[in-house]
Design a protein around this ligand. Structure first.
Ligand code: HXC
Length: 541
């Protein structure tokens, strides 16, 4: 593959002039090269750059400056221009065809990165623009490095017609070919309409920034004409809508700076490609650190909800946890942390929301996360506190059978190391789904207070003894007696431990030590887990 390198700049960029990331104009001696480079670096020019600022958005090169380690950007295709001339394009100056592409480092990790420049014809995608991104993605796949896309675009460039649709499809195809092979991250930093949303939709993680990011397939005007619904950009496709309702967005950032900081944090947990494990960081925390808080949680009222993040933070190294899709389906919590320096993907039912039950959204969220972790060899640590699947007509009609199966499928399919801890309830089919021994979790622990049964004692006693309750002299007393009998017989971890479905019933305060002990063996020792080129794609579920 040939690349059209514009510079081989090695300078440290600690005092880089704004808008010139990766280029040092002072060092370029040739008149023509200097002139062309200057022109290309100016993007859409001062007026449009001023308009970009007025919208509260950074310029594309400022974004790259903030995202990348200083002095690491190698730009490709700075001088690319489109051949398209119709509908007034002949007279337009479109530096770089509205997108900056290149390679650089993020937190010392090599990445391929592109940033659409809204100041150049709205960052719209024509053929030259598309092929710059496509070539970059080819390089990323060949070099096995993550791809980061900074999107700020009005979508398909209308003047280029079907050619721009073809350009989009070239990118979509590459997104799918790269899926599960190298991590793909998208940050939406402006409008993202029509074709512009599908490429991010095919990637592993989507970031949005409050106030400036919007994603939709058809905008408010088209919707009004088609359905009569009145809406606006924010309520249709703003960061909060996609972070809370649709689940399209995995990270909502308060600012662009916050967005880039979180991308760096995320990348630090990930391997560069599926053929390797994530790098281990020097551990900064005692692997045997006990937790009194977990002991207290286990001793608490089993009906009292609590925030499952407490458990994850007690167990992760230094309490650090990067939560994914925080506001979407909060009945299941997923995200990354470290255990004795190794990256771990945490999954936890959260009783603070819908009693921690699994519904359609939680199943999709959990399944996508488990599949991502599996694709990139990240151990999956599951904390189970689940009363079952969420009942309801809307759930059934919405396809809980289909969507709930996704989580089951994901756990069954995964061959990454899996450690499961039942911290409270594990009822019904949800017991099977949440990383049970039967679907091949490697090591299964339970706290002594765990309740592992077909259903909760109250429901079970009412079904089993319905006729006897009706006949009893005092139905309430009779029912209470049967509930107590059921609880003492079934709602505990002992039968599961006796059958070997639970490997060990552990003291809650020693949970961190136990998980790390298990992972130490699982990560180092299992020859079944040779790293292969790609396990599977990360299809959007
Ligand atoms: C060509 C476009 C454009 C487009 C914007 N521009 N969108 N040019 N094709 N799709 C140009 C504008 O003419 C303007 O040029 C410059 O970009 C900035 O746009 P403004 O409208 O001035 O900016 P703003 O007010 O911030 O509005 C931004 C916007 C709006 C919300 C993105 O421009 C808009 O709604 N554009 C259309 C979005 C859309 O429907 N895209 C879908 C296309 S179809 P000048 O020269 O004046 O600076 C599609 C299907 C692909 O994508 C399917 C593939 C599977």
């Amino acid at each position: 593959m040939k690349f059209f390198l514009t510079t081989n700049d090695q300078r440290p960029t600690t005092n880089a002039p704004a808008g010139a990331v990766g280029h040092n104009l002072d060092k370029i001696k040739t008149g023509e090269l200097k002139e062309k480079t200057e022109r290309a670096l100016a993007g859409g020019g001062p007026q449009r750059q001023g308009m970009q600022k007025e919208k509260g958005k950074l310029l594309a090169r400022e974004r790259l400056d903030l995202l990348l380690d200083p002095g690491t950007f190698q730009e490709f295709g700075l001088l690319v221009k489109t051949d398209a001339a119709e509908f007034g394009l002949k007279d337009k100056d479109m530096p770089g065809d509205g997108v900056i592409t290149g390679v650089g480092k993020v937190a010392s990790k090599r990445v391929a990165v592109y940033a659409q420049d809204f100041t150049v014809v709205g960052g719209t995608l024509g053929l030259a623009h598309a092929m710059k991104i496509a070539r970059l993605m080819d390089l990323a796949v060949e070099s096995r490095i993550p791809v980061i896309g900074l999107a700020d675009s009005g979508g398909a460039r209308i003047q280029e017609g079907v050619v721009s649709l073809g350009g989009y499809a070239e990118i979509f195809y590459r997104n799918v070919m790269a899926s599960g092979l190298v991590p793909q991250i998208s940050a939406i930093l402006g409008p993202c309409a029509g074709g512009a949303v599908y490429s991010p939709g095919l990637t592993d993680f989507i970031f949005m920034v409050e106030g400036i990011s919007h994603m939709f397939i058809t905008g408010p005007e088209v919707i009004k004409k088609a359905t009569g619904e009145i809406t606006d950009f924010d309520s249709l496709g703003g960061a909060h809508i996609h972070g809370e309702r649709s689940g399209v967005c995995h990270f909502v950032a308060a600012s662009e700076e916050d967005c880039f900081r979180t991308i760096r944090e995320l990348l630090d947990y990930l391997p560069s490609h599926a053929g390797q494990a994530p790098d281990r960081r020097e551990p900064q925390d005692d692997p045997r650190r006990p937790s009194q808080k977990l002991e207290e949680l286990a001793a608490g009222d089993p009906r009292k909800p609590f925030d499952a993040r407490i458990i994850i933070r007690e167990i992760a190294d230094q309490g650090k946890f990067l939560e994914v899709a925080r506001s979407f389906a909060p009945n299941i919590i997923v995200g990354f942390g470290r255990l004795d320096g190794h990256t771990a993907g945490f999954v936890a039912n959260n009783s603070a929301h819908l009693a921690g039950s699994l519904d359609i959204s939680a199943s999709q969220k959990g399944a996508r996360f488990v599949r991502f972790c599996d694709a990139f060899n990240i151990p999956i640590v599951t904390f189970v506190d689940v009363p079952g699947y969420w009942p309801g007509v809307s759930e059934e009609h919405g396809g809980i059978i289909l969507h709930g199966s996704k989580l089951l499928f994901a756990y069954c399919e995964s061959s990454a190391p899996k450690v499961t801890v039942i911290v409270r309830k594990a009822y019904g089919g949800a017991y099977d789904v949440m990383g049970s021994k039967h679907i091949r979790a490697d090591v299964n622990f339970a706290w002594p207070n765990a309740e592992i049964a077909v259903m909760g004692p109250e429901g079970a006693a009412q079904i089993l003894y319905a006729k006897d309750i009706a006949k009893a002299a005092d139905p309430e007393v009779y029912l209470a007696g049967q509930i107590a009998a059921y609880r003492s017989h079934f709602a505990n971890p002992w039968i599961a431990a006796q059958k070997g479905y639970v490997d060990e019933v552990i003291e809650p305060q020693r949970t961190r030590e136990k998980i790390i002990g298990a992972l130490d063996y699982l990560i180092q020792g299992n020859p079944r887990r040779r790293y292969i080129e790609r396990k599977h794609t990360n299809v959007p579920l």
